[in-house]
Structure formats: structure tokens, C-alpha cells
Design a protein around this ligand. Sequence first.
Ligand SMILES: NC(=O)c1ccc[n+]([C@@H]2O[C@H](COP(=O)([O-])OP(=O)(O)OC[C@H]3O[C@@H](n4cnc5c(N)ncnc54)[C@H](OP(=O)(O)O)[C@@H]3O)[C@@H](O)[C@H]2O)c1
Length: 306
Amino acid sequence: MLGLITTPNGSAPLELREVAEPQPQRNEALVAVHAFSLNRGELRSIRNYDGWIPGQDVAGVVLQQAADGNGPPAGARVVALTDEFAWAQRVAVSAHRMAVLSDNVSFAQAATLPVAGLTALRTLRHGAPLLGKRVLITGAAGGVGTLAVQLAARSGARVTAVVGRAERGAGMRELGAREVVAGIDKAQGRFGLILESAGGASLAHAIRLVEPKGTVVVYGNSSGEPTTLAFADFRGAPNSRVQSFSYFYSEAEDRFAPDLVLLVSLIADGSLRPLIGVERSWRDIATVAEQLRDRRVAGKAVLMVD
Ligand SMILES: NC(=O)c1ccc[n+]([C@@H]2O[C@H](COP(=O)([O-])OP(=O)(O)OC[C@H]3O[C@@H](n4cnc5c(N)ncnc54)[C@H](OP(=O)(O)O)[C@@H]3O)[C@@H](O)[C@H]2O)c1
């Protein structure tokens, strides 16, 4: 089969090559990959390893059910999360990390859900209940951000979307944002929940915007910049907290399938619309990676395994 192999010392970061077929364990299904998405974190990891097949987001069709009888049967259209190896024509997937797709959910839409969708859903849970709460989301025009804005608004939150520059705010109100600001320094008032992924000065500023007893969820560092903090930055927000987050470890293993089922059902009933800014053949991954790195993708970048 074909797969994308990392070649950090080559002319392109990845090459499409013949690779070995996956050998599923008893608890794993074999899935034909139709689409996957590219995440900002993967831009870093593809540069760090040589001869590796990355890939965590899978949308495709089950070719062979897990031998232990768990998970969807052969022929089911599914979305799934893997640790690695999904940027290939076929991948082995744990049966408990899959959800069946409704007929009206496309492979491209489904491919946006595992990493970005789970991150949006699970970071927001740190602010529950969201009804009436002011929620600030940095990186709102990105993959996680565009999903988080919608999920928060649908849960009754009053969302302030932070974008890097004014034109990145296009469409944010349609996704459910009440306010859109270009730069976190333009945000007014305090917030019960802040999803922070830019890091550096943005995180320092976020801490000065949190409410008493409010939460800043720190889940990324897109800027690569460190943050300087002082106790005084929490003035005005007693008992607020800074919560770290990792989508793989934030909740129990057996919660992956139910959370993927929930996200699929929200797309199916029209209440979640993944914003796919770029949809290209997986052969174009180097170009798409550049677009994502340069902050030129609105929402998610999806690659089709054609
Ligand atoms: N902890 C976890 O489990 C977890 C899970 C998923 C993602 N992440 C991390 O969360 C962050 C967001 O992920 P994503 O997939 O949504 O990324 P993305 O699609 O690239 O979106 C990131 C957004 O952050 C904004 N941004 C602000 N400052 C930036 C900077 N200096 N450099 C680059 N972007 C900047 C960009 O805003 P503009 O478009 O307005 O320019 C961009 O839209 C990434 O850092 C990622 O590694 C962590």
C-alpha cells in the first residue's frame, strides 16, 4: 500500500511511498483511509522523525472488524483516532476509538473531528456549565477554534473569538461568536472560561482576563513563545486557575468512542459545521502544510486519500 513517510532531510517533509501493510492486534479493526486532517502540532512532529508514518485523524471504511468482535463491522463508514500511522491507504484502529458515520456526514467533515473536535469539546468541559458564561477563545479561526466557537455557542456561552488579524474574523459571527477581536488585547471585561493556544504574551494577557473562580485552559503554544507570569497577574481573579490539557489523556480511554459519536451526531443534525478551509489530495500535503504553517487555512486542512 502507499503511505506518507517523513523525510525531514529530503527536499519535501514527506514522501508518498510503498509501505508495509498494518497488522491489526485482536482489539483493532483494519480501516481503509479516505480522508485525514492535518493539525498544527503535526507540523512540528513531521520534522522530528525520519521514516515515520504520522497521522491521528482517520475517516474511512472498515475493511475488517476487530478480531475480538468489538467495534463497527466491515463495511461501516467510520471516524477514528489513532496514535500514528493514519497517513496511509490502510490503518489499524482500536475498536474503542471509532464511531460510525451517519450517511449525511462526509469523510472530509469526519476527518476534522478526532484531534480538533475532541480538543474543542473537552477543553470546553472545563468551563461547564456554559449556559450564559462568557468564553474567550484564542486561535478562533483555526481548526480547534472554529469547532470550539460553535460548540460553546450551542451550549449557551457568550463567545468572544480572538483572531490574529481582522480578515481572519470573517464568518466568526455565523459560527456563533458574539464578539470578534483582532488580538486578545482588544477583548473587554472578564471571562469565566478562556481557551488559550497561542502562548507567549497571549497567555499572559489571558490570565489578566479571567474571572474570579474562572479557568484558563492552556492547550497549545502556537507562537512558540514562553510566558512570564507573576502572582499579581491574578489580581482581581481570586481562586481562578490555569488548567493544562492534552486530548489523549484528558479523559478515560473508554470515552473516545462516545465523544466521537456525540461530535458526529452534532454534524448530522446540522448543529456543528466543520469549516474546511482547504481540501486537497494527500499528494499535495507539502503545499497544505506550508499554508497551515503560514496561517492561511481558515478552519481545518483536510487531505483526501485519492
Ligand atoms: N493540547 C492538546 O491536546 C492539543 C490538541 C490540538 C491542538 N493543540 C494545539 O493547539 C493549537 C491550535 O491547534 P489548531 O489545530 O487549531 O491550529 P491551527 O488550525 O493552526 O489554528 C491556530 C490558530 O492560532 C492562531 N495563532 C495565534 N498566534 C499564532 C502564532 N504565533 N502562530 C501560529 N498561529 C497563531 C492562528 O490565528 P489566525 O488564523 O487568526 O492568524 C490560527 O488560526 C496548536 O498550537 C496545537 O498544537 C493542542
